[in-house]
Design a protein around this ligand. Structure first.
Ligand code: MN3
Length: 199
């Protein structure tokens, strides 16, 4: 049993004009594909072989840097592709919206805080909306770390993630990360985020 690069639920051009097809194709096939292959190499022949990615990340502090970086990269992109969809965006409803309003004051307040976490993450990393002990928390991590990792400052279940590595936006937005972040809100798949929130 080895980790497999998942197919996307939509075409590479489906998130245009917000995220361009060329970026999506390279990001999925080369970057995510690379993390997947390197993760398989890194666990091969070790006691991590055959474990779920969640189990590996939960104990990643005692694993190699290759497992941390590529295991994080594998998991993070699996999540990322599913929390975006064509014709999505807008606002969540129901329980998730109630929780967002409760913890962040308003949906606009939540968006501001999340966007700020994404914009101010220095260098490469991710912004996250995390479910933690029945509350919602916004955080960001460096490189391919994530809140499932035992070494993460904020530990919990990520339900929305935004990749702010330059490879995620540079072809279309160059150095304009805030424009990419603003565009992201047009493709957020709130149905999937709600599913993860309830799960
Ligand atoms: Mn990436």
């Amino acid at each position: 049993m080895s980790f497999k690069l998942p197919d996307l639920n939509y075409d590479y051009n489906a998130l245009e004009p917000y995220i361009d097809a060329r970026t999506m194709e390279i990001h999925h096939t080369k970057h995510h594909g690379g993390y997947t292959a390197k993760l398989n190499d890194a666990v091969k022949g070790t006691d991590l072989e055959g474990k779920s990615i969640e189990d590996i990340l939960a104990g990643v502090s005692s694993a190699s840097a290759a497992v941390r970086n590529n295991g994080g990269g594998y998991y993070n992109h699996n999540l990322f592709w599913t929390v975006m969809a064509p014709g999505a965006g807008g606002e969540p409803a129901g329980e998730l919206m109630d929780a967002i309003q409760k913890h962040f004051g308003s949906f606009a307040g939540f968006k501001d805080q999340f966007s700020n976490a994404a914009a101010t993450r220095f260098g490469s990393g991710w912004a996250w909306l995390v479910k933690k002990n029945g509350t919602l928390v916004i955080t960001s991590t460096a490189n391919q770390d994530n809140p499932l990792m035992d070494l993460s400052e904020v530990h919990g279940t990520p339900i929305l993630g935004l990749d702010v590595w330059e490879h995620a936006y540079y072809l279309k937005y160059q150095n304009r990360r805030p424009e990419y972040i603003e565009a992201f809100w047009n493709v957020v798949n709130w149905d999937q985020v709600t599913k993860l929130f309830k799960g």
